[in-house]
Design a protein around this ligand. Structure first.
Ligand code: DOR
Length: 434
């Protein structure tokens, strides 16, 4: 692998606070210089941003078990095209990632595919049944830092408390799908005026907030680490904000669909908008944006949830919950949250957006070598994107095996040009590298 110099870009690195125009020289898998020098192949990326490769705390890669929807190879290819160099696949596979064997399988398949690094999330409970704890210790020994039954909540407070207690042994993190199930039986969309008009059973915001409140209390009491996934309500943002003031060891993420779309999307019963937790109201969207802006919500995570068309393209009641996100997250964030030239009207500055998509998620999950520090000696895990390029999302052109993007047909601003994993192109000129 010979040296590469990315010339003339705006280098944005929240880990070092760097935000300047410079050349980035990469050699032998690491950054060797940030400055005026150059070596090897020169790639003119004037007008682009060079940032640390993005890190997604929450994806569903569906392998093993639902390879018709996604495989580790297709999902990590989608990730690389979206600018990601690290993703954390959730445990709701079949078989469930509740023991070392599946963790090893996921790591091996991802390594073979070579598109990005994976940090598998282990299940909290065996078979996601919410009863006995999964093999947390053997998974932790393989490097698993986070455990979640995502898709299903740990409904028992006793089991949740035990899980937090065990996880604390390794200073690992429990991420509980925040849904109090007795409040969401048969629920199909956000509870509100529109759910009444549409005749769909409502999913009250309190179902999320009650569970988050319970988990915050448990984690606080134990001094254990809690991560709140896919924050969707204003009340949840408030709970986390207050918990952080109290010193609770909590981190949180929000998905692009929850800071851009509302329950109004459901009006035509198009199941592409069916997701768990559901799309909420504009007040919730604004609160989630506020949470990202003030740091209450640490990370943007996609909750990339592919579903094969034969399942997702059904009528509302039959269709599964979930949306694609990996190939659109950066552009949706740039288009919706970061205004051109960082004008004051944006919710996030560009460095804040990069922090939410890379530096903060990497730190919150103890992922070394990703999330920045673009400086000599650091692994060259980088994304180069053009913040001004417009493109229209064409669901048929995505690398994902599934098509369920809620942003299909939308024009977005901001496009990934190159992604580098340890100095090697995984994406070059917007295409998957061979
Ligand atoms: O909409 C969702 N889909 N939410 C989840 O929590 C799980 C996910 C899935 O696995 O499809």
């Amino acid at each position: 692998m010979s040296a590469i110099t990315l010339t003339g870009a705006r280098v944005v690195d929240p880990a070092t606070g760097r935000d300047e125009t410079a050349n980035v020289v990469v050699d032998g898998g690491v950054v060797t210089e940030v400055g005026q020098g150059s070596a090897g192949l020169r790639l003119d990326v004037d007008g682009c941003v060079v940032a640390p490769g993005l890190v997604d705390l929450h994806v569903h890669l569906r392998e093993p078990g639902s390879e018709d929807a996604e495989t580790i190879a297709s999902g990590t290819a989608a990730a690389a095209l979206g600018g990601f160099t690290a993703v954390c696949p959730m445990a709701n596979t079949a078989p469930v990632t509740d023991h070392a064997g599946v963790v090893e399988q996921v790591l091996r398949l991802a390594r073979e595919a070579g598109h990005c690094d994976t940090y598998p999330v282990g299940a909290v409970t065996r078979g996601l049944r919410g009863e006995e704890l999964a093999e947390l210790g053997t998974m932790a020994a393989l490097g698993v830092r986070c455990f979640s039954d995502d898709g299903l909540p740990v409904r028992s407070a006793r089991v949740m408390r035990r899980a937090l207690t065990y996880a604390r042994t390794w200073d690992a993190i429990i991420c509980n799908h925040a849904e109090e199930p007795t409040l969401t039986e048969d629920a199909e969309m956000n509870e509100g005026e529109l759910s009444s008009v549409l005749g769909l059973a409502g999913w009250p915001r309190e179902a999320e907030e009650v569970m988050v409140a319970r988990d915050l209390i448990l984690a606080h009491g134990l001094g254990a680490r809690l991560h709140v996934p896919h924050v969707s309500t204003a009340g949840t943002v408030d709970l986390i904000r207050r918990a952080k003031v109290l010193g609770t060891r909590v981190t949180a993420e929000a998905a692009p669909h929850h800071f851009t779309l509302t329950d109004a999307c459901v009006a035509d019963y198009d199941a592409v908008y069916k997701v768990n937790p559901p799309l909420r109201t504009m007040a919730d969207v604004d609160a989630v944006r506020g949470g990202l802006a003030d740091g209450t919500i640490d990370a943007i995570a996609t909750d990339h949830a592919p579903h094969a068309p034969e399942f997702k393209d059904q009528e509302w009641g039959q269709a599964p919950c979930g949306m694609l996100g990996l190939e659109t997250a950066l552009a949706v964030t740039l288009t919706e949250l970061v205004r051109a030239a960082d004008d004051a009207a944006g919710d996030l500055t560009l460095p804040q957006a990069v922090a939410a998509l890379s530096t903060n998620p990497a730190r919150s999950r103890d992922i070394a070598g990703h999330g920045g520090g673009i400086e000599p000696g650091a692994p060259a895990n980088l994304v180069v994107f053009d913040p001004a390029q417009r493109w229209t999302v064409d669901a048929t052109q995505l690398a994902s095996r599934s098509r369920n993007s809620p942003f299909a047909g939308r024009e977005l601003t901001g496009k990934v040009v190159h992604t580098l994993l340890r100095g090697r192109f995984t994406v070059r000129d917007g295409r998957l590298a061979g």
